[in-house]
Structures are given as structure tokens and as C-alpha cells.
Design a protein around this ligand. Sequence first.
Ligand SMILES: [Fe+2]
Ligand SMILES: [Fe+2]
Length: 165
Amino acid sequence: MLDRQAISRIVRHVGADILAHGHMQLEREAYQHGAVTTYEHSVRVAELAVWLADRLHLWHRVDLRSLVRAALLHDYFLYDWHERGDGSHRLHGFRHPARAERNARADFDLNDVEADSIRRHMFPLTPIPPRYLEGVLVNVADKISATAETLSPQRFSRHRSGSRR
Ligand SMILES: [Fe+2]
Ligand SMILES: [Fe+2]
């Protein structure tokens, strides 16, 4: 069984090229849930997805590299969805998976598993479920992470510290 440190090392090693990309650095500036940046959220989703695959003994059916890459890129939409004054952020939940996939394809070579997992990660908000087990793990890890981040007391700290911008 993999411990937290091992999982963190795996994600940083397998996802090294993605994490180092200039566009990923934009995600460090964009807040996702509460005080958590999209970058932090994406790393957490990747770590949790690897943890789930490990604890559920799925390695005979899951490609580790595709799982980590899909998780790191699942929210690669590259804008701050809270800051659109025109109301288009209301549609963010529906539209950002396709946007993330398009951006990810522009910057990286995606295989089918990675592309499908990114595109379907908002199921059931979007109607088509992930086709691959890797996508199911990203979907579940994303929902767990988003809920934990939204409910975390940490979300209130950014207003006090003024670190948002
Ligand atoms: Fe998302
Ligand atoms: Fe997400």
C-alpha cells in the first residue's frame, strides 16, 4: 500500500512536465474552492485518485500515468471562474470540461483515456459518464476534494490575509 509521501512523489514525478508548464503556473493564481487554488486542487485530485486506485486494488486495470495526467489536467480551463462579470460563470460547471480538454490538447499529447476522463469529469452534471476507470476515479476524487475544500475553514483565511491578488 502506498503512503501519502509515496503518492505525492509519484504524482510529482509522473506529472512533472505538466506541473512545470507555464499555463499550470496560471492555475496557482486562480482560486477554485474557498482558498484553494486550481493548482492545489488538481494536485489533490491526482493524489486522491492514486490513493483510491491503490486502496481499491485497481492497478491491474488502471494506467497510472493516464490517471495522474487526467487528474492534473481535469480543470485546465485557465481562467478564474469567479471573476467573469458577464454571468457566463453560471455555465462554468457545464462548459469547463470541454475547455479544459481543448487547452490540454493544445499543450500536451493526450491519449483517449486522458481526454475522455477530462471531458467527462463533471458527470452527472454533464450527461455522459466517463468511459474508462481512470475517468471514474478522477470524477470521484474531484467530488470528494471539491466538497472538502468548500467546507474547509481554510476558505475564510484569504479574506483576512488579503492574499487573493
Ligand atoms: Fe472541474
Ligand atoms: Fe475539479
